[in-house]
Design a protein around this ligand. Structure first.
Ligand code: HEM
Ligand SMILES: *[C@@H]1O[C@H](CO)[C@@H](O)[C@H](O)[C@H]1NC(C)=O
Ligand SMILES: *[C@@H]1O[C@H](CO)[C@@H](O)[C@H](O)[C@H]1NC(C)=O
Length: 354
């Protein structure tokens, strides 16, 4: 039989979890390792990319509906308009039979979904970061409350049409700086787009393995590769890497990605580098995108030069280098703002809850 003091102590711990839904370090890292366990049971690399990427996208769709100028500001509140077009695919991550949902219901339903999604995304980012060194636990705050409904939230989520949309959502509505927006979009270094969900088919990275590493490669790909327009004239207008034919999986960028360097709002279709040749053929000469249609750079006095400067900063110096510092630092700042937006009285995780 347990000594009575131990029984009392453990009931106090249990009660404090139930009553105050407190999150301590042990709980935070238990979620992290539970997610690692689920990931290790996934044998297909493609599925793993989507499992990891989908979790971070889920947390992002929860916070990107924040509008500080609205009477219903929303934000990270565990509420998603599941049937909205823009959220297609999230239900392969969060559903009754989904491993992540089952984990939550079985073990962690005493904390809010909003907190759980942020912790889960933090876990993904830590697990996929270089040397698993990028740990967002130190800046994590808990205490978000879930909303039962969030009508109109889906209409606030950007679809990828360009930088006007990034400005509307991330800067004007969410109140972030360009350097924050550029850092957050760096999350596209993991995961993939799906024909059946957004209609944007492909990976941001050149290989599937690269799509399982959370690092600054997004910016390197953006600046080093020739990007030419794809799906021209459709709702899914975007960009594909000039080297696409040699890859089993297409490598793509959204207009919202390419516009961090080039003014795709001003000219589209266009090609990012018009002076490159592969086997004697200009890398831009493909379908209706001709080599003379260079994607325009921003004017020196354009406010989006802040985005360009951020991209250059997160490259971490002259390529190639493994300096993840500037990106990780900026990402931590931006992620903190995005995930705490619209909340007061959030608390940092303590060593123990009791
Ligand atoms: C202007 C803002 C954004 C736009 C337009 C955008 C657009 C998209 C699109 C179209 C997809 C493909 C969905 C699919 O077909 O499966 C996607 C996936 C993804 N997004 Fe974003 N996104 C934005 C911001 C963010 C932010 C802020 C984050 C996180 C910090 C993020 C993380 C991801 C991840 C990880 C995936 C991969 C999902 C998977 O593998 O299933 N995105 N995004
Ligand atoms: C990862 O570890 C290697 C070898 O110790 C080191 O050179 C590199 O700078 C580390 N990278 C990060 C981002 O911690
Ligand atoms: C930037 O400068 C150009 C002339 O070089 C001018 O036409 C334009 O209006 C300026 N834009 C802004 C936002 O100041």
């Amino acid at each position: 039989m347990k000594p009575i003091s131990l029984v009392v102590l453990s009931s106090v711990a249990l009660l404090s979890k139930i009553c105050h839904a407190c999150i301590d370090k042990a709980t935070y890292y238990a979620i992290d390792s539970d997610i690692e366990k689920i990931a290790s049971s996934i044998t297909s690399q493609n599925e793993l990319v989507h499992f990891y990427g989908g979790i971070v996208r889920l947390a992002a769709h929860d916070f990107m509906d924040h509008d500080r100028n609205s009477g219903t500001p929303y934000g990270s509140d565990g509420c998603i308009e599941w049937n909205h077009e823009v959220n297609k695919g999230l239900q392969t991550i969060w559903c009754n039979s989904c491993p992540l949902t089952k984990l939550y219901k079985k073990t962690y339903s005493y904390i809010s979904k909003a907190d759980f999604w942020v912790i889960s995304a933090n876990a993904v980012i830590r697990q996929l970061s270089k040397n698993q060194s990028f740990d967002l636990a130190n800046t994590f705050l808990w205490g978000r409350k879930d909303a039962a409904s969030c009508q109109g939230a889906g209409d606030r989520i950007p679809t990828g049409t360009g930088c006007r949309e990034v400005e509307d959502t991330l800067l004007d509505a969410m109140g972030l700086q360009w350097r924050d927006a550029v850092a957050l979009l760096g999350a596209h270094t993991i995961g993939k787009g799906h024909e059946a969900f957004s209609g944007h088919d492909g990976y941001w990275m050149p290989t599937v393995a690269d799509s399982l590493v959370f690092d600054k490669k997004y910016y390197e790909e953006l600046i080093l590769r020739t990007w030419r327009s794809r799906n021209i004239g459709t709702k899914e207008e975007d960009f594909v890497a000039s080297t696409e034919e040699t890859h089993e999986h297409p490598q793509m960028m959204l207009k919202a990605d390419v516009c961090l360097l080039y003014n795709t709002d001003r000219k589209y279709p266009c090609c990012s580098k018009t002076n490159r040749f592969l086997h004697g053929v200009n890398e831009c000469d493909w379908e209706e995108v001709l080599s003379n249609k260079k994607c325009p750079s921003y004017a020196k006095n354009d406010s989006r030069m802040e985005a360009v400067r951020a991209v250059l900063e997160y490259l971490g110096g002259i390529s190639p280098n493994d300096n993840q510092g500037p990106f990780y630092k900026a990402y931590a700042t931006a992620w903190f703002k995005a995930t705490t937006n619209g909340h007061d009285n959030l608390k940092s995780i303590r060593r123990t809850c009791w």
